[in-house]
Design a protein around this ligand. Structure first.
Ligand code: GLA
Length: 368
C-alpha cells in the first residue's frame, strides 16, 4: 500500500512538472528577431477582460495603447486630463516586462475640436496651436518619462499620393507642427524613441514624402528613430515585393522599420480602398458580411498562409525590423469588425475569438 501511495505521489509530481513547463509563446519564436506587440484596450489593461493578461504575457513582448493615449481620451477638455487608461497600461507593460509604445501624440482623428479653437470658437493662430500641442506633449510624455519606451509622435500626416494631408494641424501651422512635436517629445523624455507612423507606406509616392520629411528632421538635428508602417493589409494586397521595397528603403535611409498595426482583412469591400482612412464608411448589408456564422476552412488557410509569408519576409529582414505589432489582441476585439462597414464578423488577427492561436502558423517557424 505504501509503495502504491509513493508511486502515486511520484506520478503527481511528474504531472505537475510537465504542466508547469510552458510551451513557448509567439514572442519566443521571434525572440532573436524583433519584438512581437499587440494594441490593447481599456478592458484588457484593467483586467476586466478575463484571460487577456495571461495571453499577453505568454505571447507578446511589446504593447501599444490602442485608443487610451490618443488626444480625445487622454485630454478631452482644455486643462482636463484622464490618465486612468495610461496608468493601467504602463503598469501592465511593466508587469509583462514589455517594450511599451505610446500611440499617438499628434493626429487629425480622435482629436477634439476645442484643440484648434480659442474660447470664442475661432481657430487658433500658428503659435497658439503649437503652444497647446507642446503643453499636451510635455504633460503626457512627461508623465510616462522612462516608462514608455517609444512614441508614435505624428500619425498620418500625408495622403497616399505624397501630398500633405490638409488637416487643421497643417492648415494652421504648415509643417511646423511636426518639427515642434518631435522636438518637444524629445525634451520631455530624452531617452524615448520617437517615430512617424502611417498606413500604405508601401505606396512609393507616400513613402518618398515620409522619408524626405524624416531626413529633413534628422538634418536639423531633431530626433527621429523610426518609421512605423501600419500594416493594415488584405489577403492579396500589398504584394510581398511592395512591402519588401518599403523595408529596404526605410532601412537604407537610416531609420528603424516597424510594422506597427498589423492585421489582414479577409472580408470583401464595397470599393477598392486600402489602408485605414477612418472617414471611409459604407452601409451595413449581409453581402458584405459573408462569414457571420463561421469562417470556411479554405479562407482560414489563406489567412494563415498570408501571415506565414509576411513573417517569413520579416524574418529575412530582422536586421532592419525592430518590432511587429498586431492591431488588437484577438478577432473579437479587432477594429475591422467595424471598418469600413460596421457590425461585421472579421477574422483579421492571429488569435481567434476564443483567444486561441490559429492553427498552422507556428509550424512554419523554428521552435525555440
Ligand atoms: C489608424 C490609427 C490607429 C487606429 C487604426 C484603426 O491606423 O493609427 O490608432 O485608429 O487606424 O482604428
Amino acid at each position: 500500500m505504501r509503495a502504491f501511495q509513493s508511486s502515486l505521489y511520484a506520478l503527481s509530481i511528474l504531472n505537475l512538472l510537465s504542466c508547469t513547463e510552458k510551451e513557448p509563446g509567439l514572442k519566443d519564436y521571434f525572440e532573436d528577431d524583433f519584438f512581437i506587440g499587440a494594441a490593447v484596450n481599456l478592458g484588457q489593461v484593467t483586467g476586466k477582460e478575463v484571460g487577456a493578461d495571461s495571453l499577453l504575457s505568454l505571447h507578446f513582448s511589446s504593447i501599444t495603447s490602442e485608443n487610451g493615449l490618443k488626444w480625445g481620451p487622454v485630454h478631452p477638455k482644455d486643462g482636463e486630463y484622464n490618465f486612468e487608461y495610461g496608468d493601467a497600461y504602463v503598469a501592465l507593460g511593466e508587469k509583462m516586462d514589455a517594450f511599451i509604445i505610446g500611440h499617438t501624440l499628434v493626429w487629425h482623428q480622435q482629436t477634439p475640436s476645442w484643440v484648434f479653437q480659442n474660447g470664442e470658437g475661432q481657430f487658433l493662430d500658428k503659435s497658439g496651436l503649437i503652444r497647446r500641442m507642446e503643453d499636451h506633449i510635455e504633460t503626457v510624455v512627461g508623465r510616462y518619462k522612462g516608462k514608455i519606451h517609444g512614441w508614435d509622435v505624428v500619425n498620418e500626416a500625408f495622403e497616399d499620393d505624397g501630398t500633405w494631408r490638409k488637416t487643421h494641424w497643417y492648415n494652421i501651422t504648415g509643417q511646423e507642427f511636426i518639427k515642434s512635436a518631435f522636438r518637444k517629445a524629445h525634451q520631455a523624455d530624452p531617452d524615448a524613441e520617437l517615430y512617424y507612423n502611417d498606413y500604405n507606406v508601401w505606396k512609393p509616392e507616400k513613402r518618398k514624402a515620409i522619408l524626405a520629411l524624416a531626413r529633413e528632421l534628422r538634418s536639423e538635428g531633431i530626433r527621429i528613430d523610426g518609421i512605423g508602417m501600419q500594416g493594415h493589409y488584405r489577403l492579396n494586397s500589398p504584394s510581398l515585393d511592395q512591402i519588401e521595397q518599403a523595408i529596404l528603403e526605410i532601412h537604407e535611409a537610416g531609420f528603424q522599420v516597424m510594422v506597427t498595426e498589423l492585421d489582414v482583412d479577409i472580408l470583401p469591400r464595397p470599393s477598392d480602398s486600402e489602408g485605414a482612412d477612418l472617414n471611409i464608411n459604407y452601409a451595413e448589408s449581409p453581402e458584405w458580411n459573408p462569414y457571420s456564422d463561421s469562417l470556411p476552412d479554405s479562407v482560414a488557410m489563406k489567412l494563415v498562409d498570408r501571415y506565414s509569408s509576411l513573417f517569413q519576409l520579416f524574418q529575412k529582414h530582422t536586421d532592419k525590423i525592430s518590432r511587429v505589432t498586431f492591431w488588437g489582441l484577438h478577432d473579437g476585439k479587432s477594429w475591422l469588425n467595424n471598418w469600413p462597414v460596421r457590425g461585421r464578423t472579421n477574422y483579421a488577427l492571429l488569435f481567434d475569438r476564443e483567444k486561441k492561436l490559429k492553427s498552422g502558423f507556428l509550424e512554419k517557424f523554428e521552435k525555440p
